[in-house]
Design a protein around this ligand. Structure first.
Ligand code: FES
Length: 345
């Protein structure tokens, strides 16, 4: 059997598509539109499109203005929805209208003024030849000419104006991300002599409460006061730790000299990948496994990453005991806890 040549594999033969085997139908009769025949109709269509782009630009400016001047706590009553935030409604409606009018203006332009002749294009091989690329460039130039982008100055200018304003609200909305965090991402409420208490019962912990191989979830003793004052759980999210006890002979390294107490090590509970809380601990290997993406840290070797997507070790909290024999922090963490952020070294 003769194989088809690449030329035979594309296009049609005797009215049949050689690839699909389906009939290829001839193009229908083209009926010119009124705008094709009557310059006045074309001019009117141009004005309609320009009006849509112009109102779009005004809507976007209005959205930015409302975002700035309409108080964020003002409510308006919209039946049947009820009371809604005036700032959100005005910004949303005007910004939405701006986007909608850019879209409808473009559709109206295409339907009324751009060429609507049907064309056929033979299937071609995947890689374009230099001639095809040159032809594409020529077609693009012809299309640009035919679309009237150069000819209809009013449309061009209003479209460019609307498109130029379109991203502005997105920049203004960045303000809603809130103030810059300052040092908040670098500090926790741990400090020298802050007692370490159990996470669930807020009970102080003595070294003898933790057997070798054991793990305790813990928080700073001042956490409840801080939460009451702040009214949120941010402090807990950063200060939660785990305590593990490893036989001192099995500890390979720590992040600082004397940061353990008789083999009890304190590490942040927040994964350095994207911040999941971790407490899956394998006593035999001293590995801490994050359930989210399986990052694994060796707590007997400075909390270094031994597997998974985390790029940094788990930060270690230096601990000791106070005069009454309870575990306390020596200081805050010496490096930011949790996942990466832009200024973290
Ligand atoms: S959050 Fe821990 S591995 Fe992704």
């Amino acid at each position: 059997m003769n194989e088809l040549t690449s030329n035979e594999l594309i296009g049609s033969k005797d009215g049949i598509d050689v690839v699909s085997g389906l009939p290829v139908y001839p193009l229908g009769h083209h009926e010119p539109r009124r705008a094709d025949l009557d310059p006045k109709v074309a001019k009117r269509a141009e004005r309609q499109v320009a009006t849509m782009f112009g109102i779009s630009a005004l809507s976007i400016i209005g959205a930015i203005t409302c975002y700035i001047v309409v108080p964020n706590d003002k409510l308006v009553y919209i039946p049947p929805i009820g009371p809604v935030n005036a700032n959100h409604v005005t910004v949303g409606v005007l910004f939405g209208l701006g986007i909608f009018l850019i879209g409808t203006g473009a559709i109206h332009w295409a339907k009324k003024l751009m060429p609507d002749v049907e064309v056929t294009e033979e299937r071609h091989t995947y890689t374009s030849s230099p001639e095809d690329k040159a032809a594409f460039g020529e077609t693009f130039r012809e299309g640009k000419q035919a679309s009237g982008f150069s000819e209809f100055k009013l449309i061009r200018r209003t479209l460019l104006g609307a498109m130029a304003l379109f991203p502005l609200p997105l920049l203004v909305f960045l303000r809603d991300l809130g103030p810059m965090p300052g040092t908040k991402l670098r500090e926790t409420i741990w400090a020298k002599d802050i007692a370490i208490v159990t996470d669930a019962t807020y009970r102080k912990i003595r070294p003898e409460d933790i057997p070798v191989g054991g793990l305790v979830n813990a928080v700073p003793a001042n956490l409840l006061d801080v939460e009451e004052q702040d009214g949120n759980l941010n402090a807990r999210g950063k200060a939660s730790i785990i305590l593990v006890r490893i036989a001192p002979a099995e500890i390979v390294s720590q992040q600082g000299e004397g940061w353990d107490y008789q083999g009890i090590l304190a590490y942040s509970k927040i994964c350095t990948h994207v911040g999941c809380p971790i407490s899956l601990y394998q006593q035999r290997t001293h590995h801490l496994l994050c359930p989210c993406h399986q990052s694994t840290f060796d707590l007997a070797d400075s909390g270094n990453v031994v597997f998974g997507p985390a790029a940094r070790r788990m930060p270690q909290l230096p601990i000791t005991v106070d005069a009454d024999g309870y575990l306390v922090a020596q200081s805050d963490f010496h490096e930011p806890i949790g996942p990466s952020f832009w200024e973290r070294g």
